[in-house]
Design a binder for this molecule. Structure first.
Ligand SMILES: NC(=O)c1ccc[n+]([C@@H]2O[C@H](COP(=O)([O-])OP(=O)(O)OC[C@H]3O[C@@H](n4cnc5c(N)ncnc54)[C@H](O)[C@@H]3O)[C@@H](O)[C@H]2O)c1
Length: 295
């Protein structure tokens, strides 16, 4: 029987590399996607695919190659991420109009995971038993404001919202995909610019072991390898897991303040579905790039 297959983006360094090694220790086959190659060859159970996840074409080619490897895709960690590429208030000058800002952080941290989820939905539906699991790497900066890196914080808040909004429709008969988000606090990796970690208080640094434990809780790697997870009564979905120090906390959305907002969140779906079904079908059929305004 072929091994369970994972795609890990941003796999050449930091959290993605640690997760790759963790999956290998559980006998998974791992497709390592990154703009940079890993510094060491991790053996025949890995397949490195050079990929800039912010490009739809490159990510589509990545998932096609990943699925073709063993004719299955069981898990994806949409993990590649970067910090800020613009600083609004440090770059304004009263005498010169501003230049168009660099929005690559949004493209890499938010648009790319959206592409990845869409591609997973396709390839996981082609599994012998359709379905699979996805974990996006958000951040504690997706739960709390981080004024030093507002672009980053906004994209990670976006991933939390995307996870909570997409998950209910992902895990149902026919798709069987679970989508969860990890929100690590500060972890010592290559993400921070040189100097940030120098002298950063060790008591505020989260160990990688906390993240790996959270991944195990969300994706049940042993169960997937035994093909048991689909029947498991415990299928975390739409969960947002904060990892801080040695602790993991499952974060619920804010409590609605009144009955109306409770209904908006939990009871209004038939109204939305009716209004959007036809419209979204039109969008799906449309060549939106060729259309003038996509409306
Ligand atoms: N380190 C932390 O403190 C921390 C905390 C919370 C969340 N995160 C998130 O964890 C994820 C992994 O980051 P990390 O801390 O391991 O950093 P890292 O810099 O060590 O690893 C990120 C990897 O992503 C790759 N990458 C960057 N842009 C890419 C692109 N466009 N296409 C493909 N690969 C790309 C890099 O080459 C690198 O190998 C990121 O999404 C990050 O935002 C990190």
């Amino acid at each position: 029987m072929s091994p369970a297959v994972a795609v890990v983006t941003g796999a050449s360094s930091g959290i993605g590399l640690a997760l790759t090694k963790h999956l290998l220790s559980k006998k998974w086959a791992v497709v390592m996607a990154d703009i940079n190659p890993p510094s060491t060859d991790l053996g025949p159970s890995t397949l490195f695919v050079p990929c800039d996840v912010s490009s739809w074409e490159q990510q589509a080619a990545l998932f096609a190659q990943a699925f073709a490897w063993h004719d299955r895709l069981d898990f994806a960690a949409l993990n590649a991420g970067i910090d800020d590429r613009d600083d609004i208030f440090a770059s304004i000058d009263a005498t010169t109009p501003p230049r168009e800002p660099n929005m690559q952080t949004f493209q890499t941290n938010l648009v790319a995971p959206y592409y990845g989820i869409k591609l997973c939905a396709h390839y996981m539906s082609r599994n012998a038993v359709p379905g699979g699991r996805i974990v996006v790497t958000a951040s504690a900066a997706g739960l709390y404001a981080l004024p030093a890196i507002p672009q980053y914080s906004a994209t990670k808040h976006g991933l939390v919202g995307l996870t909570r909004s997409l998950a209910p429709l992902a895990d149902r008969p026919g798709t069987s995909i679970t989508l969860n988000a990890l929100c690590p606090a500060m972890v010592a990796t290559g993400l921070a610019p040189p100097g940030l970690m120098d002298g950063f208080p060790a008591e505020h640094t989260t160990p990688m072991s906390t993240l790996l434990r959270a991944y195990d809780g969300l994706a049940d790697f042993d169960g997937v390898a035994r093909d048991e997870w689909r029947t498991s009564p415990r299928r975390p979905n739409g969960c947002v897991v904060e990892c801080t120090l040695a602790e993991t906390h499952y974060r619920d959305p804010p409590e609605p303040p009144n009955e109306s907002q409770k209904w908006m969140s939990a009871g209004s779906s038939e109204y939305w579905a009716k209004a959007y079904a036809e419209r979204n079908r039109r969008f799906a059929e449309m060549d939106w790039k060729a259309a003038s305004n996509g409306a």
